[in-house]
Design a protein around this ligand. Structure first.
Ligand SMILES: [Zn+2]
Ligand SMILES: [Zn+2]
Length: 148
């Protein structure tokens, strides 16, 4: 498995994707999308709100939730749920796993390299496997260096 440094789709696809789901491109939706792309550290809705607010002081928490919902609906952002804690948002739509640092709580994208064919998982009859999404736990490079 390799760490990914992939870029999310270009900004001009935002309008198209929203339109495809029957949604309008609003300055708020654009702002929230930008916040997520700017720093791909899987922020919570609260963190997205704080960052969006610093650039768009009039934006409300309810609007941020609405924007996040719209982006999830049109497939530009996905929700990441940890075992504990708030839902986080990830703009990387490639198949990937998440590495959770148990020390500082950071979440990193790890390129998914196990294909269902390779995994040799014996499924009961009738099941069709499409994606294996694993949650990895450990220490990020910063925390690993501190606990040497
Ligand atoms: Zn860490
Ligand atoms: Zn991610």
């Amino acid at each position: 498995m390799n760490a990914v440094a992939t870029k999310p789709p270009p900004e001009n696809s935002l309008n198209e994707r929203l339109a495809h789901s029957g949604l309008r491109l609003t300055p708020q939706r654009q702002q929230v999308h930008e916040v997520l792309r700017e720093k791909m550290d899987h922020p919570t809705a609260d963190q997205v709100f704080m960052r969006a607010k610093s650039k768009m002081p009039e934006i409300s928490m309810a609007t941020v939730y609405n924007c996040l919902d719209a982006l999830v609906t049109c497939g530009l952002v996905r929700q990441v749920t940890l075992d504990r804690g708030a839902t986080r948002y990830c703009p990387n739509m490639q198949d990937h796993s998440h590495f959770y640092c148990d020390e500082c709580g950071s979440v990193y994208d790890i390129l998914q390299t196990i294909s269902p064919e390779e995994a040799h998982i014996k499924l009961p009859r009738g099941f069709r496997l499409k994606l294996i999404e694993t949650n990895l736990h450990g220490l990020c490079p910063d925390c690993a260096a501190k606990t040497k």
